[in-house]
Design a protein around this ligand. Structure first.
Ligand code: 13P
Length: 253
């Protein structure tokens, strides 16, 4: 019942020309893939040009961040309204790089989640523990806090447009992917938590993506896990061939 999602987070990479060229290579490579929701998240400056390249294809556009107010005296910020205007259907919030480098908190992530829900945009809501938190037995508490505070006051109806991305910080950009079992363990915990915070139906319908060193060589095993509904891909999304192979994953029967 859950349509898998494969999303590429391009982070701070690619000029407008490079981004549109990657987008057009990608649309060609995944044109026959009708079973997966495929999303790419370029930098702000490339969004509207990439939107033009993606028009009519099965690849959707996302932004990597937003500011939770529609407009006003907020120098340097971009609102959900403007991201929608640029062609975005989703916005990534709460990425660990934003939490670690730009002082994003559960509270600020929550404001963004509410603003996106009100603005009619889909949300890719990122959570994840550090290696230290995992090794000292705090992982489940940390994840519970991130989910509870980050999604606070979102209604069951609003949860329909939220996708959760579990990205263990120690697996991001390190080449050290979580094992299939580690991913499944946490995804199943998150789904249980959603059932507790919302209801069984919401938990069963919410997609939970895994992120952290997803590559063509490990996606199939991850996607075989029952609670892994897709992937949020960094490095490997910068090459059309690799990202297309990830989007065209082949889970074991
Ligand atoms: P990598 O795939 O490069 O590890 O990055 C994961 C990520 O942070 C996606 O948001």
């Amino acid at each position: 019942m859950r349509t898998p999602m494969i999303a590429g987070n391009w982070k701070l990479h690619k000029t407008i020309a490079e981004a549109t060229s990657l987008a057009s290579e990608l649309t060609a490579a995944v044109a026959s893939n009708q079973n997966v929701e495929i999303v790419v998240a370029p930098v702000y400056t490339a969004l509207s040009k990439v939107a033009e390249t993606l028009a009519g294809s099965n690849v959707k556009l996302a932004a990597q961040n937003c500011y939770p107010e529609p407009q006003g005296a907020f120098t340097g910020e971009v609102s959900p309204l403007l991201l929608k205007d640029a062609g975005c259907e989703y916005v990534i919030i709460g990425h660990s790089e934003r939490r670690q480098l730009f002082a994003e908190t559960d509270e600020s992530v929550n404001k963004k989640a509410l603003a996106l829900a009100e603005g009619g945009l889909g949300t890719i809501f990122c959570i994840g523990e550090t290696l230290e938190e995992r090794e000292t037995g705090k992982m489940f508490d940390v994840l519970r806090q991130q989910v509870t505070a980050g999604l606070k006051n979102l209604t069951t109806e609003q949860m329909k447009t939220v996708v959760v991305a579990y990205e263990p910080v120690w697996a991001i950009g390190t080449g050290k992917v979580a094992t299939d079992e580690q991913a499944q363990e946490v995804h199943s915990f998150i789904r249980g938590l959603l059932a507790e915070l919302y209801d069984a139906q919401t938990a069963a319908a919410t997609r939970i993506l895994y992120g952290g060193s997803v590559k063509p060589g490990n996606v199939d095993g991850l996607m075989t896990q029952p609670d892994v509904d897709g992937a949020l891909v960094g490095g490997a999304s910068l090459k059309a061939e690799d990202f297309a192979r990830i989007a065209n994953f082949e889970p074991a029967a």
